[in-house]
Every structure is written in C-alpha cells, then in structure tokens.
Write a new protein. Structure first.
Lengths: 350, 350
C-alpha cells in the first residue's frame, strides 16, 4: 500500500502531472491539503473532483497539524493520495508528515511539481542568484516579527535576490472565539504585495541598518503560473500602491542584477519607458564615478542607494544604458568603459 | 499563434502536466531541448513520441545557442511547443530564448513543472534555508575554475545549504575535431557525486580558507524525481567513494541543520546507526562546551570542524542526541540545556 504525496503545481486542476493523476485515480481515498496555499481563482473543489473523478476529503490546518493520524493509519491498508498545492516539499508541515509516515514504515511516493520556489524564475531573475527565502507574516499592533531583516541583510550583502513568501490566514479564529471554544472562523486573508512592501519599510524604519530603502528595486508577482499571472517591477515605494488583484501574491527584493536580468526587469515596468540601469560593474572606480555622475546629472539620473543605479528615459540615459550593456556583453576593460562613460556624460547639459 | 515553453519535470514522459500535454497535442511542431539536462534512464525519445502522439524535433546545443531562429519564425504562423527537462526557467539559455521571443512580439505561454531547484527538498533540507546555487564543471589539468568557492563560503557563513548542479557534457567536440571542423562528438559525460566531492576538496586544498573540509556533512543525490532515486548522506570524504549509479547526480553541502532536517539526514545515512547531532544551538557557550566535550570524549564522539558536531552510536551519543532534540523542540533555556548536557557527559567513562 502506498501513500502518494502529490504536488498539484500552481495553476488549476490541469497542472497535475500524468503521474499524479494516475496516483489519484488509483487511490481509495484522496485528501486535499488546503490551508498552506491555494490553487487559482477559477478552480474549485468541485471542478477538481469532476476532473480527477474522485471525491476529495479536505484536510485543514487542524487535520494536518494534529498529525493526520487517521490518514496514515489508512495508508497501511489502502492506497491513499494526499494532494498539496505546489511541490510536496514546499512546506515544513508536509516534510514532517513524510518523516512520520517513514517512521511508521509506510511506503511513500512523491510526485513532484512546480512550486513558487522555482516558478518565480518567470520574472527573469536567475534562480541560482537567490539567497535564502523569507516568510512575511501579517503584523499586528503588538506583533511585528523582524527576524527576516537579518536574512535580507545577509542576502543583499552577498548581492543575492530575496524571495518573500506572503502570509495566508485560512480558518483562523479570533482570540475570543478560541478562548470560548467557539469554532467560528474569520474570513480568509492573503497578504498583498502592497502590505509586504509597507511592512518591509516599517521594519527598515525601526532597525535602521540601511539594508534596503524605498528606492530598492523589487518585483511584485500575483497568481504565478496561472493564466492571469501578473509581474510588475519597480521601487519598493512604487509597489506599495500598485493593485495586483486576486491572491496569491509574492514579492522579491532584488540583489545585484546581471544585464540579462535587468532587461527582463525593465520589460516588466509599469511605465515601460522609465528603465533602470545598474553600475555595479564599475567595482573599484564605482564611488568616483558616482560622485561625478551625481555632480553632473544630479538626482534626475542617479539614485544613490545601496545599489547605485541610473534611471530615466532621457537620451543621456539611453546612451549610458546602451554603453553599460555592450560593456557587460563584451567584457570590455573597466578602465576603457569608465572613460567612455565619462565622455558621454561630459556632453550632457545639466 | 503561441510558443509554448513546456517543463517536463524530472522523471519520465509521464511527468508532463495535463496542461503541458494539451499544449503539445495542439502544436503543429514540437521541439525537445536535450543538452542542458536529461530525463530518466528508462525514457527515450521514441517513448515520448509514442506517449505524446507527436514527432519530436531534437534541439541540441547548436540549435539553442545559435538562437532557435527557425523555431521563433515558425511561432509567428503556427503553435509551437518547446519542451525542456525540469522547469522552463531552470537554465539561463531558456530564459534568453523567452526574452528574444518577447522582443519579437511572439505570444509565449509557460507551463511550469518541477525542477531540481525545488525537488531537492526530498532530502529533507528545507528549501528556504538554501543559499545561492553553484555549478560545478569538469576540471581539466589546466582548467579548474574555483569561483564557486566564494559562493559556498558566503552560504556557509550564513549557515545556509548549497546546492551544486553538476556538469553535463553532451555533443562536445575535442579541440582537434573542432579546429578541423569535423562534426565528430565525444560520448556524453555526466559528473558524479564522487567527482564533485573530489573537486570540492581539491579547491579547498588550494584555497585553504577552511570553508569546508572532508568532515563537512553533505548529501549526494541521483535521479531525483525518478522511481530509482537515491539519496545518501555523509561526510564529504564518505561521498567520494559511494556509487550512486546512473546520472543525473546532484550534491548538497549542508549548512546549519534544524533538528527536523537532521532527522532526515540521519535517515539517509548508509550506515544508519552512525548518526550525527549538531550542537549549533549552544551559541555563546559553544566554545566552552566544545573544549569540554573534547577533553571528556575526544575524537570518538566529537568532530570539531566549522560546525561542531557529535557523531556515533554509543549510549552516550544517544542520550545527548535525545537531549538536544528535546531542547530544540521545547525551546528550553540554553543555560538549562547546557547544564543537562554537562551532567550527561560527566557520567560518560572516557
């Protein structure tokens, strides 16, 4: 007898793999975990049941966190499928479940699928330049956990991107209802890109270690892997007020970007004309160049934050962007590039 | 007209999603990229063609790196599917292809799937505690690129795990054949876990910054996501000589492990009795405790490397492991735990 743990991917009922569908169809009982994530808006349990040809037993938070004892017991005498959104190893709770099943000598078969951890690649940032992932929970007046801040700091110091997984509150009780033992649940809540950006800035205000600021480049994403997926790039401040629509949302704080990554980034700008260019490549000469660009072009062209970057849509910007890109592609000498850059900016009237 | 870029996942022809299969079946032409990765050993192009009901056009390195111009042109007048092992955003070359298609105003639809970047979760290490991924290429006598070393260093300093993607050489020419313009290709080569461990140790020998050593805990993996997948954990030195069988192999250099991760790690030991326990949690008191354990137990119980760890199968080890685990689960005070640890070790006869 087998316990199949089947990843459903990120979209709808058709993102299951053939192997996963065969497991579901061959199982005597099929459970659907539905509190750590959710499939796309157009999908419903009824649609999934119709497509899979199976009745789904809903496994909520209580079910999973209390150990899924009944399901594990059943797995000893019949084939059982446990369906999870994304990949089976995306959430710690599922990993624990698999460990418990192993300890009970239950045969476990995993059917992998896409998870947000790899599907974020669709924004054009390379997966191997991400540092550790953080989780952002809903702040309250008295509860603002900021342990993520140190992880973002460590990532940014190494030039790495940070994926932020955003909080989901499903089947939560108010403290009053919990104390009174009333099984009354609050409506589900899903953190938005806007809330994440706000909370990030709030913690930077409190901690003040200049890990990032409102000019830091970020990516907001919604419904990744679904037909109406949305990717919008901008500064952290810009992302506070852009409407990304229905859940689930995800957030990325960019690290150093390669020019190929930057091309993608600029293609996802709301105002596509207003591009960004990094001058990371300047290395040792960077500070000299920045001082000088600042003197010459002022705030109109240069945002002097942790990652010095140029932005705008002036012809000066276009020229510099083109130069930086060609230098990056051809591995030209830093010295030579710097001198060309100086020549271009010399001709700019302030 | 649409260019579908379809992830095939990691196993065989049945790891495609329903959505992916529908895209393939509706396409006038179907290309299979087959040089950055490969599907499981039992799969063949013929089996895939039979299952998908489509003829596959093989896209090798030359095809992809020269820009897939013909395929992009076709996508303007017919639906085309481009199949890649894993997820479409796993390899930089595919990301570039998607960018080029966008620039040509071709409608691109992505069908996500599992990639090695998320499927490595099957070893029990949590995906959000991985740092940046590195690539390990085949060394030659004169070419031993070591830029990965700094990235491993940065990951390990932050306590993070490092996934190493191992080199694949498909359709490579010898320099002589290349110079003579002879299209004669060498047999494919796939880096093994053993070769990766050896090359890592070779670079540590040269660089000598004590980023890791032969006692560093690592995970060797083969054929992840396939039926005969293999996961074996051990020290870097142990993994030099364990046979993992057919490709593809992957390698992880462990960072700090949570006890839940350690449970998985120990369950994948070749010699399951010989477990490891970390004493990371000791924090400030760590060095005092290590000195003292060293004095009391010597090399038999304590491996004093970057991550001080206990190992073995003695009753003393079992007691300490149990204590550390219960402390970790209950968030007991460090002071109290340390004193209990001292009590246990006091009773050990050296």
């Amino acid at each position: 007898m087998v316990l199949y743990v089947v990843g459903l991917g990120l979209g709808d009922e058709k993102d299951i793999t053939i192997k996963g569908l065969e497991a579901v169809k061959s199982s005597a009982k099929v459970y659907l975990e539905f509190y750590t994530s959710l499939l796309g808006g157009s999908t419903s349990v009824e649609r999934m049941e119709a497509f899979y040809g199976k009745q789904l037993i809903l496994a909520d938070r209580e079910f999973v966190e209390s150990g899924c004892e009944g399901m594990l017991e059943e797995s000893k005498t019949m084939d059982v499928s446990f369906l999870v959104v994304g990949d089976p190893f995306g959430a710690t709770t599922h990993t624990d479940l698999i460990m418990r099943a192993k300890e009970l000598n239950i045969t476990v078969k995993i059917v992998h699928n896409a998870s947000i951890m790899n599907a974020v690649g669709c924004c054009g940032l390379q997966l191997y330049t991400f540092g550790q992932t953080i989780s952002m929970v809903f702040f309250t007046d008295t509860y603002k956990p900021d342990s993520f801040y140190d992880r973002v700091k460590s990532n940014r110091q190494a030039g790495l991107h940070t994926l932020c997984l955003l909080d989901i509150k499903v089947k939560e009780q108010t403290i009053e209802n919990m104390l009174r033992g009333r099984k009354v649940y609050e409506p589900p809540r899903f953190m938005t890109v806007n809330q994440c950006a706000e909370q990030l800035l709030e913690i930077e205000d409190i901690r003040g270690e200049k890990v990032y600021d409102e000019n830091t480049l970020c990516v907001g994403m919604a419904r990744v892997g679904q037909d109406d997926q949305q990717v919008i790039t901008g500064t952290m401040k810009e992302l506070v007020s852009i409407d990304f629509g229905a859940p689930l949302h995800s957030f990325i704080i960019c690290g150093d970007m390669h020019f190929h990554e930057l091309d993608f980034f600029n293609s996802f700008r709301i105002n596509k004309e207003n591009k960004f260019a990094f001058i990371n490549w300047l290395n040792a000469k960077q500070f000299e160049a920045i001082d000088w660009l600042n003197l010459k072009c002022g705030d109109q062209l240069l945002a002097q934050t942790h990652q010095p970057k140029l932005y705008g849509n002036t012809s000066a910007f276009q020229k510099i962007y083109k130069l930086l890109k060609s230098m990056n592609n051809n591995n030209q000498q830093e010295e030579e590039g710097l001198s060309q850059l100086f020549n271009i900016v010399e001709t700019i009237s302030p």
